[in-house]
Design a protein. Structure first.
Length: 257
């Protein structure tokens, strides 16, 4: 059977979308399992998510220096994960991250000083790289989630909400419902896990609802990017949502705790 070029593009885009969604589900499962293991295991899982963000972010945002941007994002994410691991038991574990953000800004500008070609896209490259760094940095929030909150079930609840929201986002819902159905499904899935784990529904709905809202919003935002339908763009979109909700999960856990 011979496919017309337009049909082939649509088919490839559909396959990429499916793979990206199920990659999100796999990453969510990995984080849920790592959350029950030792903290270094969770840190390694987050470091893997950072690598995936770095690999595809420049493609997703159509930035001029793909290798340089990937390197800067990866280094920012790894350093932030390491900082989270070292300061996890500190009295104010978030204090170091104000400095991390400042270093990320310096690294983004330093990257521009050394890259070559397409100098007319300077602002686009700086801003796009910095956003990718911030997304990678937010992933370290997974490592800082307190184990004592909800008896250590915060990460499984959040990871379930993340995976369910991404999977339900795969379906072609009507425009009015495209964001709401994944959000509600992700929230319901996270709450169900919380109930099964003996945490009731009030606290889990706060965690799952916050995570599902951010994931559904990011999906709607990134879907507007034509590059999101490419393999590396889809990879970045899937892993970026996973990283970004690390900080959301931490915030929800701190508010509950």
């Amino acid at each position: 059977m011979t496919w017309a070029p337009a049909e082939r593009v649509c088919q490839d885009a559909g396959v990429t979308a499916v793979l990206a969604v199920f990659l999100s589900a796999a990453l969510a499962a990995l984080l849920a399992l790592a959350g029950h293991a030792a903290t270094p295991v969770l840190a390694l899982a987050v470091a893997l998510v950072v690598v995936l963000v770095a690999i595809g972010w420049a493609v997703l945002m159509d930035l001029p220096d793909r290798r340089g941007t990937a390197l800067v994002i990866a280094l920012t994410g790894w350093v932030s994960v390491g900082a989270a691991l070292l300061t996890r038991d500190a009295l104010r574990p978030l204090a170091v991250f104000s400095g991390m953000i400042a270093l990320a800004v310096l690294a983004a500008f330093g990257h521009e000083l050394f890259r070559r070609g397409n100098r007319d896209r300077l602002v686009e490259s700086v801003s796009g790289t910095l956003v990718g760094q911030v997304v990678a940095l937010l992933g370290s929030g997974w490592v800082l989630v307190p184990e004592q909150v909800l008896d250590g079930t915060v990460i499984p609840i959040a990871a379930t909400a993340l995976g369910a929201t991404r999977v339900l986002g795969l379906f072609p819902w009507p425009a009015r419902l495209a964001g709401w159905i994944p959000f509600l499904a992700g929230t319901a899935a996270g709450v169900a896990v919380g109930v099964v784990l003996g945490q009731g529904w009030q606290a889990p709905v706060a965690v799952a609802g916050a995570v599902a809202a951010v994931v559904a919003g990011m999906d709607r935002m990134l879907a507007a990017q034509p590059t999101a339908r490419t393999p590396r763009g889809g990879l970045a979109g899937a892993s970026a949502a996973t990283a970004a909700v690390g900080a959301v999960t931490l915030a929800a856990a701190l508010l509950i705790g």
